[in-house]
Design a protein around this ligand. Structure first.
Ligand code: UN1
Length: 499
């Protein structure tokens, strides 16, 4: 089934509007559901990055001169092509990433939404006009493009996150050099083709396939790339930030999460179970926003455990292209090893394993990377399984005695991406949205499902203060410029010639 979906055997870089063959090493893209090779992807070098930056730099000068509403026209066309091609893109996404087809369709939709939303920014890109402190003087601020921007995107949302970053960059008048994850290059290949068909001028987006240590590193150190926008692990993100810091280069980071659902004693337990199952085991837990902790009031702990176990029984695990499957495979062996390691850590720390905790190896699961949805209970807030990101279908229940303790446990991790509370008490709802120290808060819903017109990102160790998506994404890819026009015909000195 696999390879018939791809029209090529090997992917090419997209530089200066041309598909360029790379001489040298390639690596196989493996379908995590079957172990089959889907396509080969080049492992490019610094020289290719240099070439892409030269093209981007040249293209950006002209692109910045195109009025923003016209730049936006390209994004409208990109959105429309994505919409027309939604099913094909979704199938390919499942093929390379493994996520179940329903979620793949959701992810492609997220990209379509972003296209139309950011295209709208072509007629906004609002700045401010504000009174000047002197007579016959005008003051305003405008957003200016930065130049060539570098985007580095992860395998878990290979198309949505690429749209979160490239659309605002492009509508704002920048040119992009993009390094997609080598595990999931097909979405980058498809999106580049769509940009080409939509008529984006050559060089405005350039895709360079390759590893972080080679292509990513060259981007981070290239003097003409003035911004790096990165989504991925904390380890890589903090390294990038340090390198960019030394060069005074702007960097936007979206990294890990240790997101919790709080279930209070007055919660609608059935609804909470649905929210937990969806946000903990959807995408096999491989979302930055995935729920990996459940902080439960002791009075409802037993009921919640029982119902979660029943719901977990219903989860079908397998190839995501099968519409009936609810939980797909884990991206690769390294991901599997990490999850297995944390199962052992959890057991050794004294958490009680209620369900799962093992690799599926029989029958249809033999060739892929399948891990059983896993539930630990009686975890404590400071255990490693309750503190560290596992990035798999593993959730730990932490019992608490009060609302205050629930908030404290939620906030006890180094991350701050998403949190959720199930309660019917309106006072607790408002206290929780004030006190939960995450960038995203849900009430009576799980921890996943952010919409593209709101800021996406987290506090503390999750990021560095910037946001993907929403109008806030423009802050990453623009520089504020303050403009003063003095029409008095004489020299007026600010702060001095004020009556
Ligand atoms: C991610 O896991 O990095 O809110 C992105 C969500 C999705 C995006 C997740 N809309 O779960």
């Amino acid at each position: 089934m696999a390879n018939t979906m791809m029209d090529v055997k090997s992917l090419k870089n997209f530089i200066n509007g041309e598909w360029k063959e790379v001489e040298g090493e390639t690596t196989a893209v493996i379908n995590p559901a079957t172990g089959e090779t889907v396509v080969h992807v080049p492992l490019s070098t610094k020289e290719t990055v240099d070439e892409a930056v030269v093209a981007a730099k040249l293209a950006q000068k002209e692109w910045a001169m195109v009025p923003a509403p016209q730049r936006a026209e390209v994004l409208y066309r990109v959105g429309q092509i994505m919409k027309d091609r939604k099913e094909k893109l979704s199938q390919l996404l499942t093929l390379e990433n493994g996520k179940v087809i329903e979620e793949a369709r959701g992810e492609v939709q997220e990209g379509i939404d972003m296209a139309f939303y950011m295209a709208g920014e072509g007629r906004r890109l609002f700045g401010q006009t504000t009174p000047a402190e002197l007579q016959n003087k005008f003051a305003m601020s405008v957003r200016a493009p930065i130049g060539v921007v570098g985007i580095i995107t992860p395998w878990n949302f290979p198309i949505a996150i690429a749209t979160w970053k490239s659309f605002p960059a492009i509508v704002a008048g920048n040119a992009v050099v993009w390094k997609p994850a080598t595990e999931t290059p097909i979405m980058a290949y498809e999106l580049a083709k769509i940009y080409e068909e939509a008529g984006l001028p050559k060089g405005v987006i350039n895709v360079v396939f390759g590893s972080g240590s080679s292509v990513g590193d060259a981007m981070v150190h290239h003097k003409d790339i003035r911004v790096i926008s990165f989504t991925g692990s904390n380890e890589t993100g903090s390294h990038i930030a340090a390198e960019c810091g030394r060069q005074l280069k702007k960097v936007s980071l979206e990294m890990g999460g240790k997101n919790a659902v709080i279930v209070m004693d007055d919660a609608d337990i059935e609804l909470a179970v649905e929210g937990i199952i969806w946000s903990a085991f959807g995408t096999s837990g491989q979302r930055c926003t995935a729920c990996s902790r459940v902080i439960v009031h002791e009075d409802v702990k037993e009921t919640l455990e029982e119902r979660l176990l029943v719901a977990m029984e219903q989860l079908t695990i397998g190839n995501g292209l099968d519409e009936k499957v609810k939980v797909g495979p884990i991206i690769n062996q390294a991901g599997m090893e990490k999850i297995k390691k944390y199962i052992e850590i959890g057991k050794n720390e004294g958490a009680k394993l209620l369900a799962g905790g093992y690799v599926l190896t029989e029958g249809e699961h033999k060739e892929g990377n399948y891990f059983a949805p896993t539930l630990f209970t009686n975890a404590t807030a400071n255990m490693r399984i309750a503190q560290e990101e596992i990035f798999g279908p593993v959730v730990s229940l932490i019992p608490v005695r009060s609302f205050e303790e629930a908030i404290e446990v939620n906030n006890s991790v180094t991350y701050g991406l998403s949190s959720s509370i199930f309660t019917k008490d309106v006072n607790r709802v408002f206290q929780a949205q004030r006190d939960l120290d995450t960038g995203i808060v849900y009430v009576n819903a799980g921890t996943t499902g952010a919409e593209i017109h709101l800021p996406f990102g987290g506090s503390k160790g999750t990021g560095n203060g910037y946001r993907d998506s929403g109008v806030q994404a423009l802050d990453v890819f623009t520089e504020w410029k303050a403009i003063y026009v003095d029409y008095s015909g004489k020299l007026q000195r600010a702060q001095i010639d004020v009556e």
